[in-house]
Design a protein around this ligand. Structure first.
Ligand SMILES: [Ca+2]
Length: 211
């Protein structure tokens, strides 16, 4: 009986740590429909139904992605909220974006964004839109790249303290064209102290199981 309890405890600890290293983004591939119909992605907030949509026009995984159509609103996005206190922990926000050569993106403010039309951001809690981490050199209006899924990744070496939540935001800032986002990932890397504590616990449990 004692052995069963110990093994069960080990499994629970393993699952907790796996979760800590895993992708905490829900509906990361936009495959699940939300309550608003096929164009609405479950657990994602779309900026507007005219400029942002879940779509099957392009996909890196499965059959669906999120599209941003330029020229309707200055900023259009899909974003997801992560209600966690992550002070001191590194967060990695990554994913893929694609722009078709048949419908190339044109940046709204070419001078501001150096000819780029795609911005991905880790943002502070509402109502702020200030970025914690940002990348805006993904799709250039003259050089693309086009027709290929471009991987992006933002890593915060230390997440700011005092924030109860944060947002992962995929933005198009465009006067024309379309960009697609798919396979989004948000991973929280546990602090070295937490990893050390976990490894110590595993060592103790192994001693109890195999003693
Ligand atoms: Ca997908």
């Amino acid at each position: 009986m004692k052995k069963i309890i110990t093994v069960t405890m080990s499994l629970i600890v393993f699952l907790c740590v796996s979760q800590a290293f895993g992708n905490i983004c829900s509906n990361a591939g936009f495959e699940i429909e939300g309550t608003g119909g096929p164009a609405d992605a479950l657990d994602w907030v779309e900026e507007s139904t005219s400029s942002t949509a879940r779509t099957s026009s392009a996909a890196r995984s499965g059959s669906w992605s999120a599209s941003i159509v330029g020229g309707i609103t200055e900023w259009a996005y899909v974003k997801q909220y992560f209600p966690q206190e992550l002070a001191g922990q590194p967060v990695v926000f990554s994913g893929y974006v694609m722009c078709p050569s048949s419908d190339p993106a044109v940046p709204w403010h070419g001078d501001w964004f150096a000819g780029n039309s795609v911005v991905v951001k880790l943002e502070q809690p509402d109502p702020s839109t200030s970025f914690i981490g940002e990348e805006k050199t993904l799709i250039h209006e003259s050089t693309g790249p086009y027709d290929t899924w471009v991987q992006f990744a933002i890593t915060n070496s230390s997440f700011p303290a005092g924030m109860s939540n944060f947002k992962a935001v995929c933005l198009g800032v465009m006067t024309g064209g379309t960009v697609y986002f798919d396979d989004i990932s948000v991973v929280v890397i546990p602090e070295p102290v937490a990893i050390g504590a976990f490894l110590g616990l595993v060592f103790l449990l192994r001693k109890r199981i195999f003693a």
